[in-house]
Design a protein around this ligand. Structure first.
Ligand SMILES: Cc1cc2nc3c(=O)[nH]c(=O)nc-3n(C[C@H](O)[C@H](O)[C@H](O)COP(=O)(O)O)c2cc1C
Length: 175
């Protein structure tokens, strides 16, 4: 599938074919795409944890309340931010923006190569951040940002082509 089609046909998938799994090569391909995302001052403050072990998957499902389809999908990618490596400003840091761009690249690349995904939020929920940090034994400077479910979908929701809203576009100024 070409990139334009991937953008317009990607949907969050919440039912997966448990007989098929993303391969290690495919997972690496997704993370290659993630690492090509833009980042503030090109700091690339991201780290990724890929999980395919069923026991570890079951553990993740205990600490995230909205990822029921993960068991069948079989693969989780945790996108994490490095608080020390991110661009900092007096008003905060940029890691969540950078990691969101990386996460979106994963979703689109997955669609392009025939995989399905669902982004499940971790940040900014404090309880989830600490539960994931504890589960993975993360160092203090590494913050989990998103859980991405990856697998072969067992549902095919319609492409949501009706989202374009002309009134959301403002040329030159707001009015
Ligand atoms: C920051 C963020 C957090 C999300 N968290 C969850 C989640 O915990 N569980 C889930 O099933 N979907 C989650 N989603 C997916 C959204 O529900 C989904 O993107 C939205 O309904 C639009 O549908 P679409 O992705 O099919 O276009 C999340 C998406 C984003 C961007």
């Amino acid at each position: 599938m070409d990139k334009k089609s991937a953008i317009f046909t990607r949907r969050s998938i919440r039912a997966y074919d448990s007989s098929r799994r993303a391969t290690k090569e495919q997972i690496t391909d997704l993370l290659d795409a993630a690492m090509h995302a833009p980042s503030a001052m090109n700091k690339q403050p991201w780290e990724f944890i890929a999980v395919t072990d069923p026991d570890r998957i079951a553990g993740i499902m205990k600490i995230h309340p909205y990822c029921e389809s993960l068991a069948d999908a079989g693969t989780a990618i945790i996108v994490c931010g490095d608080l020390d490596a991110q661009l900092k400003s007096p008003d905060g840091g940029y890691y969540q923006f950078d990691c969101s761009a990386a996460a979106q690249n994963i979703l689109l690349r997955a669609k392009e190569i025939g995989l399905d995904t669902c982004w499940c939020g971790i940040a900014p929920e404090k309880e989830r951040i600490s539960a994931f940090a504890k589960f993975f034994g993360l160092p203090k400077n590494i913050e989990p940002m998103a859980l991405i479910i990856v697998g072969y979908g067992a549902e095919t929701p319609e492409s949501d082509t009706g989202r374009f809203r002309r009134e959301k576009i403002h040329f030159q100024t707001w009015a």
